[in-house]
Design a protein around this ligand. Structure first.
Ligand code: ASP
Length: 379
């Protein structure tokens, strides 16, 4: 796995023209039912893998990613939607724990190439790293003016009690929703799970069991989903630009988490900070952003910052925010040069650092931008 995915890595897309990508697109609509009707919403489903499309391996009974044809055969109802729906399948469907930034680039590349051809995109994805992909895409897709709805399921679509069918159909409906003037209702990267629609860079997977697997503790849901879908327009991301979509492929993976716990030693921390090439650390602190104040710990932090490491303070609590001036224990960290991550989720914090370093900004600019909301990821 490459450590630095700069825009040069776009080279790997050099031989993948839009025409060759187009060959991989399959129509799921019934021609006779008006798929040629240009007034119908046009949606592209991008299938990356995840439980939603998995089947059980008969030998060891583990779940493994499977083909999109199988997935879609299990949702015949999809044809009854009055939309033109096409699909694009990743060559190898993945369990999302195998996702890397290069897969985020692949998703972004497909969206960029077909941006003008569709009104919205539904990305089928495993739940394990869905919040990372959603956060990363929200930073990579600058000036996004169309819906990118990411969904998946807890039970495979072939199972009788699956949540996949409902999640897929509701995601398509969200992606197709329009405002009275015909423009898309949603213009951001969102996660749809059970009856919740979350801003993607605010969501976190919190349950390995529940159908309602995601939550967003610091930002409200984007729609009320029950018998109908009522968007909460006051909280939707409303871009004020008419600029074209600009995709930033650079993602620098020289970043890491450091989770504090009572008993963590300065040696461990030094060892982590000495990782060759390391540029950024998301320091997961207690409560409102508090950490030990012992002088050795603080001087280790200060030295690392002085040597150019960008350290962002994010709370181990899901709800609430880092307030560097609330407690003396938090203010000492702040004084040592640690940047408050405010109410960023861990997923948004780490992908934001990858993104900012991936743009080759000077360190001071990275530090400045970490604290500035770019796409609604923090209050
Ligand atoms: N391991 C699976 C994945 O993330 C879990 C899921 O999809 O729910 O791909």
């Amino acid at each position: 796995m490459s450590a630095i995915l700069n825009s040069e890595s776009l080279e790997r897309f050099r031989d993948i023209s839009k025409d060759s990508l187009r060959l991989k697109i399959k129509s799921l609509s019934d021609e006779s039912a008006g798929s040629g009707d240009l007034s119908r919403p046009r949606i592209l489903i991008i299938y990356t893998g995840g439980t939603i499309g998995m089947i059980e391996n008969p030998d060891n009974h583990t779940l493994e990613p499977f083909d999109f044809e199988y997935l879609i055969d299990n949702v015949p109802k999809i044809k009854r939607l009055d939309y033109t729906i096409d699909s694009f399948q990743f060559d190898i469907p993945l369990d999302s724990s195998a996702m890397t930034p290069s897969h985020w680039q692949d998703i972004a590349y497909v969206i960029e190439n077909f941006y003008a051809d569709y009104d919205g995109f539904v990305v089928l994805h495993g739940t394990d790293t869905m919040a990372y992909t959603a956060s990363a895409l929200s930073f990579m897709l600058e000036n996004l003016n169309k819906p990118v709805v990411i969904t998946g399921s807890q039970l495979p679509i072939g199972e009788v009690r699956t949540d996949g069918e409902e999640n897929l159909i509701t995601s398509l409906q969200v992606a197709a929703a329009r405002r009275p003037d015909g423009s898309p209702m949603l213009r951001e990267v969102a996660i749809l799970f059970e009856n919740y629609l979350w801003r993607g860079n605010r969501a976190t997977k919190y349950s390995a069991d529940n159908f309602n697997a995601f939550k967003s503790s610091n930002f409200p849901r984007l729609a009320k989903i029950g018998m109908g879908i009522t968007f909460r327009r006051e909280v939707l991301w409303t871009p004020s630009y008419d600029e074209p979509l600009t995709v930033h492929y650079g993602m620098d993976t020289n970043v890491m988490y450091l989770n504090l716990f009572p008993g963590i030693t300065v040696n461990m921390i030094r060892h982590a900070f000495n990782t060759p090439g390391l540029k950024g650390v998301v320091l997961k602190t207690y409560g409102a952003g508090n950490a030990p104040t012992d002088p050795e710990f603080i001087s280790t932090i200060r030295e690392a910052v002085d040597h150019g490491l960008v350290i962002v303070n994010v709370s181990q609590c899901d709800n609430g925010m880092v307030d560097p001036l609330r407690y003396q224990t938090g203010s000492v960290l702040y004084g040592a040069g640690v940047i408050p991550g405010h109410d960023l989720t861990s997923e948004a914090a780490i992908t934001k650092l990858m993104f900012l370093f991936g743009q080759n900004y000077p360190i001071e600019r990275v530090k400045e931008l970490v604290e500035i909301p770019l796409v609604g990821e923090m209050n």
